[in-house]
Design a protein around this ligand. Structure first.
Ligand SMILES: Nc1nc2c(c(=O)[nH]1)N[C@H]1C(S)=C(S)[C@@H](COP(=O)(O)OP(=O)(O)OC[C@H]3O[C@@H](n4cnc5c(N)ncnc54)[C@H](O)[C@@H]3O)O[C@H]1N2
Ligand code: MOO
Length: 403
């Protein structure tokens, strides 16, 4: 079977998402980093009244010739406005955020007045009409659409929704992502490691990726390399209502690589298998009814790289984000000469420095997909396209920053 190019595989995976998760309404305090399930409109106008951007005096611009004496007739503070109105030759002491008194059109900041605090001030430096006045509705007006559905609620979006008067917001339920490790050789961290055994790590890595993307990870433990155990755990994912089942390992062509067959027996419609990438070649996708299945290779680096490239956008699609991140790469330059590449797009674990010419990524000498130590040291993945010609240090390349 021909290897599927990365963008083709990703598009097919995103297309296989049946629908975004259900909407749920949560109090604002629980909405950080969640994704909106509906547009947010302003329930009020902000600011609701014209107010001062600075501490000083509300005045009339026509009275601001340097040296002019102004009589201070009262005070307007945030939360306590000045009741009267202002006439020529008068000033009202005012503080940041306080309503502009009727008759005033300009703020004279206190640094530009002499006699601050007394009953009469003198203009030290003039100001143009309207200076430091924030008009009512400067930020938004009742009925404005402030945030679109699919928006991740970051600090600014959350603050805006609060300021617009929303105590709660409709957000997408967190996708439930079941994670199933597979392999007779695996034991959990802390367990006694017998001969021929290794400690399973991938579930923890994938859970970190999944949770950071805004989903809930459900650990299905370690399935042994036999069909009944695999079938039982696949069934657990289904009965838990998982939106996604990620399997780890058993994806390749070895005699003990049973995962695809186990999923097929459980009813999976295969999407694709084997991608033109390194690491990550044996990756597989499919649909088990409503559940999206993603079979990741067992090699730890392969599963993590595929997690960044495929699982994160998949979760974003399940969250209803209009533009799941299909390509998080950015321009960089190579920090060393590179040989020609074969048919698999290469994601090379690299060091990274910022130079005058941009991010310079230097691929490590060793790229074995079993080496988590190297991946942990890597600051970037340098991408070498399939069939790339030999390249020289300083040549442009795409990079993915890892931290
Ligand atoms: N003849 C071929 N052999 C292989 C091919 C191929 O095309 N032809 N592809 C290679 C590539 S590329 C990869 S990647 C691996 C991945 O194969 P599997 O997905 O079947 O992975 P396993 O064989 O189950 O495991 C590989 C390796 O990773 C360790 N492992 C597995 N699960 C975990 C875990 N949860 N935590 C930590 N480590 C794990 C496992 O012990 C193995 O050492 O296949 C190549 N072979
Ligand atoms: O492509 Mo495998 O993922 O290199 O080791």
């Amino acid at each position: 079977m021909a290897l599927t190019p990365v963008p083709v595989a990703l598009e097919a995976l995103l297309d296989s998402v049946p629908r975004p998760t259900a909407a749920e309404t949560l109090p604002l305090a629980q909405c950080a980093w969640r994704v909106l399930a509906a547009d947010v409109t302003a329930l009020r106008t902000q600011p609701p009244f014209a107010n001062s951007a600075m501490d000083g005096y509300a005045v009339r611009a026509e009275n601001l010739a340097p040296g002019t004496a102004l009589r201070v007739i009262g005070e307007s503070a945030a939360g306590r406005s000045f009741a009267g109105s202002l006439h020529p030759g008068e000033a009202v002491r005012i503080f940041t955020g306080a309503p502009i008194p009727e008759g005033a059109d300009t703020i004279l900041i206190q640094e530009n007045a002499d006699g601050v605090g007394s009953d009469t001030i003198h203009v030290r430096e003039s100001a143009p009409k309207g200076k430091f006045i924030r008009a009512a509705g400067l930020d938004f007006t009742t009925g404005d659409v402030l945030l679109k559905t699919g928006r991740r609620l970051d600090s600014a979006a959350l603050g805006l929704a609060a300021a617009a008067g929303h105590p709660a917001l409709p957000v997408r339920a967190k996708p439930l992502v079941a994670i199933l490790a597979t392999g007779d050789e695996l034991v959990s961290p802390g367990e006694t490691v017998g001969p021929d055994q290794i400690v399973a790590s991938n579930s923890f890595s994938l859970a970190a990726i999944v949770e950071q993307a805004g989903a809930t990870a459900l650990d299905l433990g370690i399935a042994r390399d036999n069909y009944p155990d695999l079938a039982a755990r696949i069934e657990r994912a289904r009965s838990a209502g998982a939106d996604v089942l990620i399997t780890l390992g058993g994806a390749s062509v070895g005699a003990h690589d049973l995962v695809q067959e186990a999923l097929t027996r459980a009813g999976m419609a295969l999407g694709f298998w084997k991608i033109a990438m390194r690491p990550g070649k044996p990756m597989m996708t499919g649909r088990l009814g409503e559940m999206v299945a993603v079979g990741l290779p067992g090699n730890p680096v392969s599963s993590i790289v595929c997690g960044h490239l495929f699982v994160v956008p998949l979760i974003e699609a399940l969250l209803g984000m209009p533009e799941p991140e299909r390509d998080r790469s950015e321009p960089g330059i190579l920090g060393r000469d590179m040989p020609a590449n074969d048919e698999r797009e290469d994601y090379l674990r690299s060091g990274l420095v910022l130079t005058e010419a941009g991010w310079e990524a230097t691929p490590f000498d060793r790229q074995d997909s079993s080496m988590l130590g190297l991946l942990s040291q890597a600051q970037a993945l340098a991408i070498r396209p399939a069939f790339a010609q030999p390249a020289r240090k300083g040549d442009p390349c795409r990079i993915i920053r890892l931290r």
